[in-house]
Design a protein around this ligand. Sequence first.
Ligand code: KIV
Length: 298
Amino acid sequence: MAYLKPQRPEKVTAPSLRASKERGERLVCLTAYDYPTARIVDEAGIDVVLVGDSIGNVIFGYGNTVPVTLDEIVMHTRAVRRAVQRALLVADMPYGSFHTGADDTVRAALRLIKEGAAEAVKLEGGRKRAPLVKRLADEEIAVMGHIGLTPQSVNKLGGYRVQGKTAETARALLDDAKALEDAGAFAIVLEVVPREIARLITESVKIPTVGIGAGPHCDIQVLVLHDMLGLTFGKVARFVRPYANLRETMTDAVSRFAEDVRNGSYPSDAESYGLPAEAAAELNISTEDEKAKDPKRS
Ligand code: KIV
């Protein structure tokens, strides 16, 4: 099996991402929400692991990210933390955790850093959120910005659509990116924007851009793990390349297990434990081995 070897074995950090951009390296980010998947992702050499609020869609089945709570992200970040050694671990600030003032935002981010042991946080929003990004950066918290399609705004946007398709909205995105950079963000997610605009932004800021549905010019590419593994229900976006069909693989495995139980072929002797002959004699019962040799035995 071919594993993606890390280009460099050293620990990835927020500052090292910027150095990678300067060297022109292409880096990779994936989401993870639990120990086993995070371990697989980290061992495969993925550079950035994000405990995204997409957990609301792919793990909790909420339908969108709006209901996700800070407690949920903290708990899952703790699990992911135990698995991730090399990648930079980023935790998402869920909707509501940075909407009631700067002090509340710092408190929420500190929970992700101290209880979840994330190395950085991500929050959605452009210029409007720049003062919060600055405040977090002033408190020594590494912050990733997120502009373009911001799923936490789904109720305001009225759906998930490509952002920055007009000259005016594209200029606004560029202003957002620059404001976040000036405020101290170490990277910016660009979600579902035209590739030309992602390129313009990537070339206009010194910090790395993290593209999802934003074309090939971003410094880092990110996908939601369950989307690229085919472990989702319903339609996936056109930018998701399906690298596996785990839903099919899992359905097949689960169905075969059920069939084996129902037809009596599971569990076999090799998959169960026999009583030692001594104990069987004391109990005055036969072992399964003895019965197999002499079917007349009781
Ligand atoms: O929550 C998430 O998974 C994200 C990525 C799509 C960037 O924000």
